[in-house]
Design a protein around this ligand. Structure first.
Ligand SMILES: *Cc1c(COP(=O)(O)O)cnc(C)c1O
Length: 390
């Protein structure tokens, strides 16, 4: 997502800090991908971070205060700022495995004897779940393509079970138990439920609805929908577990120390949460619709593509995107098209889909950039057609 800015003189120099060392910026129509930099921070967030950088502060005090404030703002019992949602997964695993120890601190030398299994639907396996293994946890899969029953989950729970990892998102919902059912079964054995909701904003309600549905720990990425620092994440949920995060995390010299969060990041993510809650979410949704409509209208004028509006978004969020299907004779030329879009400024990044299609996501485009996308895409398609004719 972007903050929707800026027509000022500064805009003319946008990106120069990168160009100076030979890195040409990218018009991101792919969505909030970490490899493209996550999201763009609005001026309010950048200002807050700049001010945070101007003095020293006790980081324990700051983490606690930011946590209290974010919990209040999002109607959660407690909140903790992690160094990204993946770091939130790592720390969740540490806290859940050490939950019956006296001090709640995970030490790898003492792993033996601790519950280490994290139950996960097979359909929920994601590349990020290796953060659980990094902490010393083990993933135990349940369910199949044909479905999952509450009995499947109940049968998988045992003395070795440290927690249940549930990955939110409409795109992963097939054949998995609804969160409510997972919570119901987990409660019977007092097993914590971790929900990875890293990219599940919008809707804004997810900031409180997933914990209200009974999840003990809900994780969000700071650098996706929230438009905060890419190196931050939110852990929201029940005090019982969230209050133990700081025992395992930086600045303490414990297992989570490599994933530290600085004072600028702490203030930045707080400012981002405040900014996000202040947004007119209907107006944002309307802006996304208008961008997708621009693409659909552009497609109507061409014979080499069809462009349709699709939902959900790439991470299963209720956001629209434009599906650009390449027709013969350019149907097989997708990778060439992507490479050409990237080859010269203004560089444009779209998301590849299947063999012959591209997705445009509106949420990472600065207003006006949708015109850059259609101009560049049109030029690239014309060029490829011309080469083909020769
Ligand atoms: C993006 C993402 C993550 C990682 O989030 P970071 O904040 O970049 O660490 C984890 N899980 C899912 C489902 C994601 O989409």
């Amino acid at each position: 997502m972007t903050g929707g800015r800026d027509t000022t003189a500064a805009a003319a120099h946008r990106g120069d800090v990168y160009r100076r060392i030979g890195v040409e910026p990218i018009v991101n129509a792919a969505t909030t991908m970490t490899y493209l930099g996550g999201s763009l921070m609005p001026p309010e967030v950048l200002d807050a971070m700049r001010q945070a950088a101007e003095c020293f502060v006790d980081l324990y005090e700051l983490q606690a205060a930011v946590g209290r404030r974010i919990a209040e703002l999002t109607s959660n019992e407690a909140a903790f700022v992690s160094g990204g949602a993946a770091a939130g997964l790592f720390l969740s695993a540490a806290v859940c495995m050490a939950r019956d120890t006296q001090d709640g601190i995970l030490r790898h030398a003492e792993l033996e004897g601790l519950p280490r299994d994290f139950i996960i639907h097979r359909a929920h396996r994601i590349p990020y779940d290796s953060a659980i293994e990094l902490a010393g946890g083990q993933l135990v899969e349940i369910g199949s393509e044909s479905g999952t029953t509450e009995a499947d989950l109940a049968d998988a729970i045992g003395l070795e079970t440290a927690g249940i990892l549930y990955v939110a998102g409409a795109h992963l919902a097939e054949g998995v138990l609804p969160l409510e059912a997972v919570v119901r079964v987990a409660r019977q054995s007092d097993i914590p439920v971790i929900v990875d909701a890293a990219a599940q904003l919008p809707p804004v309600e997810n900031l409180w609805a997933l914990s209200a549905a009974g999840a003990d720990l809900v994780l969000f990425s700071g650098g996706k929908g929230l438009c905060g620092p890419a190196s931050t994440g939110l852990v929201l949920g029940s005090r019982r577990y969230v209050e133990r995060f700081e025992r395992n995390a930086a600045p303490r010299q414990r297992i989570g120390r490599p994933m530290k969060v600085g004072k600028e990041d702490l203030i930045g993510i707080l400012a981002a949460v405040e900014w996000y809650l202040r947004q007119d979410h209907q107006a944002l949704a309307a802006r996304y619709e208008a961008m997708v409509e621009h693409l659909v209208g552009w497609g109507r004028g061409r014979s080499d593509v069809t462009v349709t509006r699709e939902t959900p978004g790439q991470a299963g969020q209720p956001t629209p995107r434009a599906l650009i299907r390449l027709l013969p004779p350019i149907a097989g030329r997708r990778d060439e098209i992507l490479a050409a879009l990237r080859a010269e400024p203004p560089r444009v990044e779209l998301l590849a889909e299947g063999h012959d299609a591209l997705y445009l996501a509106p949420e990472t485009l600065v207003p006006g950039e949708e015109g850059i996308v259609t101009r560049r895409l049109g030029a690239v398609l014309d060029e490829i057609a011309a080469v083909q004719e020769r």
